[in-house]
Design a protein around this ligand. Structure first.
Ligand code: GLN
Length: 485
């Protein structure tokens, strides 16, 4: 059951071969055994999970089960969950219990899912390695001396080590796709606005988007179908009819045009990643797709543009953490200003402070035009590049990450090296497009490599379809790390 796809879990639950309570217990026991080594979960909610599982069992008995009723899952600790700690990986929120559920959490609760707990992440979703977590880094189950990627590292680890069959994440610059790639699971970030941001602790609001982790594209499709949907409490939520992202999974790939941006296949990519990506593309050709060369001439400007826009928005979003209404408050202080200063100095980690400083600087009078406005113009050019590329192809493919998982500590003293690891994912967020990463083999040391697929707006179904056909023809996505098989 631990390794079963969602379709099999659904069948077994409906056939009463296993109850939702038994299934939840199986995963909770696995978390108890493996989490001390992996640090994938910040909070495990055994009582809440068992209560939700009992309700799911009642629904199944009454014949009211939906596709996800009784399915265990984990939420990234960026999503507010009523009554359960939402720390966002920060000391600042180490005592924060939200009085309400995020929209995505509420949708999944209503669908009858069973939340096992909340997963580890880089503080306020700022990072690419999970090392910025106040709770310590999550470990890569393929090699526990290595990072799992970030910022949604805990969710990726949970799925990779089968501590949960599916998990939610968020992706502001690659935080679903990159950890999916580095841990050998599938992850999708939909078009900006498809999932409501209500109750998702804000990092960079014009880029933040919820996403789904699963062992396969089919499992991600089932999860995303339940997460997506209009919500009037998020002004950037898109008013579109509900979609069943599983609908087109089986469509043949004959005639699919896959664009290969020459900027993604340059010298930055490690040899072992290149070999796996090339082999995956050959597999897609066997499945009937054709590949065409395309260009994203401004892609190399994505990182500088992102590291102006994201910190600018973060500096504004994080101003709400002042120790007054919620969050950490310094134990000792003089006047009000001193209380703000001490609370923020103590509550935020180094990377969060760095970004607040950068963001405040680029928004300040006299620098706004030179940095922020310039970055917004670059953002437009990057989106235009994608628009032009999609006149020549249906999806874009390339590596998700330039390297496989690196050693814990290797880049933690060099923020710029860390930022560069997101070179292939960030442009997608700047343009607001959907992106998916799926396992594409292994590199040196048996570490997973991910292939990234990028679609035009609302092409989530097509990305999932392509990945699903690939996964029917290959078995990379079924491999499990030996220590957690
Ligand atoms: N690694 C990027 C950053 O540090 C992206 C993070 C994310 O997508 N949340 O901002």
């Amino acid at each position: 059951m631990i390794n079963a796809p969602l379709s099999e879990l659904r069948r077994a639950l409906d056939a009463r071969e296993i109850s939702a309570v038994e299934l939840a217990t199986l995963f909770l026991d696995r978390i108890d055994a493996a989490n001390p080594a992996l640090n994938a979960f910040i909070t495990v909610d055994r009582d809440g999970a068992l209560a939700a599982a009992r309700e799911a069992d009642a629904r199944i008995a009454a014949g009211n089960a939906g596709p996800l009723t009784g399915i265990p899952l984990a939420h990234k600790d960026v999503f507010c969950t009523a009554g359960v700690l939402t720390s966002c990986g920060s000391k600042m929120l180490a005592n924060f219990v939200s009085p309400y559920d995020a929209h995505v959490v509420a949708l999944l609760k209503n669908a009858g899912t069973v939340m096992l707990g909340k997963t580890n992440m880089d503080e306020f979703a700022m990072g690419s390695s999970n090392e910025n977590s106040h709770y310590g880094p999550a470990k890569n189950p393929w090699d526990s001396t290595r990072i799992p990627g970030g910022s949604s590292g805990g969710s990726a680890v949970a799925v990779a080590a089968r501590l949960a069959p599916i998990a939610t994440g968020t992706d502001t610059g690659g935080s679903v796709r990159q950890p999916a790639a580095l841990t050998g699971v599938t992850g999708i970030k939909p078009t900006y606005g498809v999932c409501s941001r209500y109750g998702m602790v804000a990092y960079a609001s014009s880029l933040d988007q919820a996403g789904a982790f699963g062992a396969s594209a089919a499992d991600c499709a089932a999860l995303l179908s339940a997460m997506a949907g209009f919500d009037e409490r998020d002004s950037t939520s898109l008013e579109r009819p509900a979609e069943d992202y599983s609908r087109d999974l089986d469509k043949p790939l004959a005639g699919l045009r896959i664009g290969l941006p020459r900027e993604f296949f340059g010298p930055g990519m490690a040899d072992d990643v290149r070999a796996a990506v090339d082999a995956a593309l050959a597999e897609y050709r066997k499945l009937g797709a054709t590949t065409v060369d395309v260009s994203l001439p401004n892609a190399q400007l994505a990182i500088p543009a992102y590291y102006v826009i994201a910190p600018a928005e973060a500096s504004s979003n994080l101003s709400r953490f002042d120790g007054v209404r919620y969050g950490h408050r310094a134990a000792e202080y003089g006047d009000l200003a001193d209380m703000y200063e001490k609370s923020r100095a103590q509550g935020f980690g180094a990377e969060v402070k760095r970004r607040i400083l950068v963001g405040t600087y680029v928004l300040s009078h006299g620098y706004y035009d030179a940095y922020y406005l310039k970055a917004q113009k670059l953002r437009r050019l990057i989106a235009e590049d994608f628009r032009a590329a999609f006149t020549q192809c249906d999806v874009i493919a390339g590596p998700t990450s330039p390297t496989t998982a690196w050693a814990i500590g290797e880049k933690s003293d060099d923020p710029v090296q860390m930022y560069l690891s997101d070179i292939y994912t960030i442009a997608v967020n700047l343009a607001g497009l959907p992106g998916l990463s799926h396992p594409a083999g292994f590199g040196a040391g048996g570490l997973p490599v991910g292939l990234q697929l990028i679609g035009d707006y609302f092409a989530e179904g097509r990305l999932l379809n392509a990945a699903h056909r690939f996964q029917q023809a290959t078995d990379w996505h079924t491999r499990r790390p030996a220590a957690f098989a």
